[in-house]
Design a protein around this ligand. Sequence first.
Ligand code: ADP
Ligand code: MG
Length: 696
Amino acid sequence: MSTVPEMFGCMVFDDKVMRARLSADVYRSLRDTMNKGKKLDLSLANAVAAAMCEWAVENGATHFTHWFQPLTGITAEKHDSFITPAPDSHVIMEFSGKNLITGEPDASSFPSGGLRATFEARGYTAWDPTSYAFIKEKTLCIPTAFCSYGGEALDKKTPLLRSMEALNREAMRILKLFGRTDVKHVVTNVGPEQEYFLVDRDMYLKRKDLIYTGRTLFGARPPKGQELDDHYFGAIKPRVKAFMEELNEELWKLGIYAKTEHNEVAPCQHELAPIFTTGNIASDHNQLTMEIMKKVARKHNLVCLLHEKPFAGVNGSGKHNNWSIATDKGVNLLSPGETPYDNAQFLLFLVAVIRAVDEYQGLLRMSVTSAGNDHRLGANEAPPAIVSMFLGDELTAVLEAIETDSPYEGTEKHRLRLGADVLPRFNRDTTDRNRTSPFAFTGNKFEFRMVGSNDSISCANVMINGAVADSLRIFADRLENCEGDFDTCLHDLIRDTIKEHKRILFNGNGYDDAWVKEATEVRGLKNLRTTPDALQMVLDPSNVEMLTSQKIYTETELHSRYEISMENYVRTVRIEALTMVDMARKEILPAVVRYCGDLSAGLNAKKAAAPELACAYETRQIKRLSVLIDGIDDATEVLERSVLALEGDNTKQAFHIRDEVLCRMAELRALCDEAETMTAASYWPFPTYGDLLFGV
Ligand code: ADP
Ligand code: MG
């Protein structure tokens, strides 16, 4: 077996391979394309394609595919083999520059939210040279963007690239004002921590809810849940360890920096964190990570559940999106500096994020919304649906001192003059790691914790990048036109921004009822609990204005995304509701009826043998079970009718689901869960919470 450094990236057409296999000229042109977005002409593309093909074939590949991220949420690929007929019934392995640069998947099977009705029916994929090609299952995968012929984005990568460009553009204006002429480019760095559950595959296959919906729709609480925390601190079980080892190897081969793995709070919940990389690649890598997690789990007779809430009453899964901005020189712009001037620049970027999160809180909430994530964000679980920001006590005190022009109560007591004073050293807040905060500053990066475990991180990053770019644009406009002393203008800008947007700052407990009241009633923050509510933010005029003026989305694209997301929500919940109906009728009711029947037969036999016996237990059980049986039957009918009543456009259906179907689902579940606690274990038709949670 090879060592980790040898194995790392062995399936990636990365810089090392490019250098080794491309001529100096071709390499330089390709680098220009990658770094500066210069167009690659066809002869160069042909040279790159030939080298790629040769490398891929040597590494066992037989096919190539344009790998892209349509709006369905998963990745898509259409495989073509490299074979090309040659004389004498021979074939050669060939791949052209044209094959590399564009492709034409059949767009009709991917959602377009009405875009195709108004535009061309076909879509095309276009090579994204900023993300390396890689080999997966004997296939050379070329990361691509997916667009309609009218140029509308039909995928998640295109807006992400556009948002990174917007942020680069506006951040460069700011850096110029600070005289940083050496900087050529600004990028975002992202490290997404991925949470997941592992369950035994044999048990999984006995549960239709897990198979069809990825989460349990029924299940009474087991006697033991996550209250002891023993899983979090406990050793990783051998079977899980074996899974993690293989997962790491597979990810390393693909050049993914899988770094940390540990158990999470809930039984059979775990987390994987990679080392951060640029936003676009982080997003590609996260998609691959999820795919490979599922694949590797299967080999260990496990199933990896990526749903945000696989088990009611047990901690859900999310993705912590660690985000920062850095220059091409590797300088983190969210890192407090050493000199007064660096500090001022840091504070400017910091308040840019504060303004962005406050101004576009609705968009950020929207960017992570889904039927699955509603179970986390809308329920009593961290993080809450209200977007707020945690800075820690020390940094908050610094901002307060600037805002009120009062002495900072730090090491030395004096008024802070930006550009003149060194900021007091504030330590990274390690004691009070506020786990409930949706958007937390953790020393030199922000951690956006609302992203769902199953979701692409793309949309969240698009909105963060866009919102921050918007702040930087407004700041640059003001500073470029500043008359007089730059330091004074800067100081005023930072102070004004803090004043105007400090309502978003909150260091307390995010799932306190008092916070909900204060946030909504005193501070006027948004509390968007469900997907239909949150999705309205896509169409909000000021959000549309920001995203279109930054050239991240067109208005048409935004409308199409709204429709697709609403439709996804409707479809997801509809499938859940119908699965419940099916399981209740075909599995739960028959099991409970059978148990109740056997109890009755036993009771009759006992009474026949000894009529004087009271048989109180059996009688009580039979009575309660009979009531439950009728209740379940009624509730199933009612739920089915509420699903059949879904009509009208996506929005109308989504609101009907929010107000009606979800309640009917909860009612049916409550009855079935009670029946479970009263039915003998040997009669219950599928594995219970206890079996699933403690069965690995
Ligand atoms: P924490 O202790 O705050 O969770 P870690 O160092 O464990 O921080 O990192 C968590 C995740 O954040 C990892 O994916 C890591 O690579 C990522 N990360 C660290 N620094 C940055 C940064 N400057 N920008 C983006 N992500 C980062
Ligand atoms: Mg974490």
